[in-house]
Design a protein around this ligand. Structure first.
Ligand code: TRP
Ligand code: CA
Ligand code: ZN
Length: 451
């Protein structure tokens, strides 16, 4: 089943491309002192309308929603469970925020275990009604506690992402819809009721459903759902731009509200920071935290309170939601991979000599470069491991793409991802290449920036 075309993107795979996540090593001021040849900057090879940059979601706002959910639980017997007053109070809180921000909201009711359940649906006016991009989170807790990580975290982050859409007055190509589900903890009952209520003609209008359940776990992992490839790639690109490794979510596919959507053929994806599985030593190595301890020791317990949140994970995942919303909703006019700017003038690389640079002029863009700026490099080189590569932003900030010892190939045909979100997009970008050891020759054949 190929799901990605309904999102209007093609997912490109190539065996010859290596994608390396590169953390932003900001080394300012190097450009001014760099000696060496500089190739002219040709015009961009292709320009298209580009999506506006996604906003940074303020962590404080997400946490303020969690504080409210915590107080709602405290005032209602300590939980926000299906059929209890704390659940309906949670729904009322989220709905009031969305109504005030210009969303069209509706409550869907269903009956479960002898009690009325509620789903909250919020539509952002505009966009193509035949391409609905929905994001959702379950708002109910278990009865044992306040459910701040499970799933106040996803609920608050989706709410704040929706409010960011309103603040930006976003005019997406797709229609944006948001959902907060009831009775997830009783077996995905709210999301099942919603999907079952959709006539089959409505189901076909979904470009995708993004699910966020437990995204602020106190001993966090960074898991991306391995479902629709376009959605998965979007989240992975975001994390690659931060230089943070991700893993595929394996703690139980079908254990959250994306499952009913997936079961009727809607492309799904999402993020997860871990529940009751334990972090391995290898995972602690790459993400920090404590190995041998559950990602969330308070999973489904009374201690799933305000202190049961890792702020860094919650902040990153909230920003990733905004990135995905902005990126995926703007599809249709943007070709896969975005806009390319390329320099195809070859530059010789002297043996153990000065650095050479090749320039690309970027014009006609607004705002900053993306969090996942792609730098594709094509270099012919006759010896191993001697090249140092930097991307130099218009303001002179250098991003190290490759160290001399980090590559075993003679020829480099690679795409690096750089978080350049603090750099103005327009201006002259340079690729700086230096051969640092004797006895070889090389040529920078071409390179390309993809915004
Ligand atoms: N609320 C989910 C549950 O109780 C948490 C969960 C477990 C989960 N595994 C998951 C959420 C995998 C998303 C993906 O089952
Ligand atoms: Ca943020
Ligand atoms: Zn749960």
């Amino acid at each position: 089943m190929t799901l990605s075309p309904s999102l209007g993107f093609t997912h490109r795979r190539s065996g010859t491309l290596r994608v390396a996540a590169v953390s932003a090593l900001a080394v300012t001021g190097l450009l001014a002192t760099t000696a060496g040849a500089t190739a002219a900057a040709p015009a961009p090879t292709r320009t298209t309308a580009a999506a506006a940059a996604a906003p940074d979601i303020p962590l404080a706002n997400v946490k303020a929603h969690l504080t409210q959910l915590s107080q709602i639980a405290a005032a209602n017997g300590g939980n926000r469970a299906h059929g209890r007053p704390g659940y309906k109070a949670s729904i009322d809180y989220v709905k009031a925020k969305l109504d005030a921000a210009g969303f069209t909201t509706s409550l869907q009711t269903f009956t479960a275990s002898g009690a009325t359940g509620y789903n909250l649906i919020a539509d952002w006016p505009g966009g193509d009604p035949n391409k609905v991009l929905m994001s959702g989170a379950h708002l109910d807790s278990v009865s044992a506690g306040a459910g701040i990580n499970d799933n106040g975290s996803g609920s608050a982050a989706v709410l704040e992402a929706a409010l960011a859409v309103s603040r930006a007055q976003l005019k997406p190509d797709k229609h944006l819809r948001f959902g907060w589900w009831g009775a997830e903890e009783l077996g995905l009952l709210g999301s099942k009721a919603y999907v079952n209520s959709l006539p089959s003609t409505e189901r076909t209008k979904f470009a995708g459903y993004l699910n966020f359940d437990m995204i602020g776990s106190p001993n966090p992992g960074y898991f991306v759902y391995d479902d629709d490839p376009t959605i998965e790639k979007t989240f992975k690109d975001y994390y690659a731009g931060l230089g943070i490794p991700t893993e595929i979510e394996t703690e139980g596919d079908g254990r959250s509200d994306h499952a009913p959507f997936k079961n009727v053929g809607i492309p799904v994806g999402g993020l997860f920071s871990g529940a009751d599985y334990r972090k391995t030593a290898a995972q602690a190595q790459k993400w920090g935290g404590t190995s041998g301890v559950a990602f969330d020791r308070c999973y489904h317990s009374s201690c799933d309170s305000l202190t049961n949140i890792n702020d860094t994970a919650l902040d990153r995942n909230s920003d990733a939601i905004a990135y995905a919303l902005w990126t995926l909703s703007a599809g249709g006019t943007t070709p896969p991979g975005g806009t390319d700017y390329e320099n195809t003038t070859p530059v010789a690389i002297p043996d153990a000599g000065a650095a050479v640079t090749s320039s690309i002029a970027v014009t006609g863009r607004t705002g900053n470069a993306p969090a996942a700026l792609k730098v594709s490099v094509n270099i012919t080189h006759t010896y191993r491991g001697d090249l140092v590569l930097d991307l130099v932003a218009p303001d002179g900030t250098a991003y190290r793409l490759k160290n001399s010892s980090s590559d075993s190939a003679d020829n480099i045909v690679a795409t690096y991802t750089v978080n350049a979100s603090s750099e103005a997009a327009n201006g002259t970008w340079k690729l700086r290449v230096q051969d640092v050891a004797a006895q070889d020759t090389g040529t920078l054949n071409s390179w390309k920036l993809t915004f």
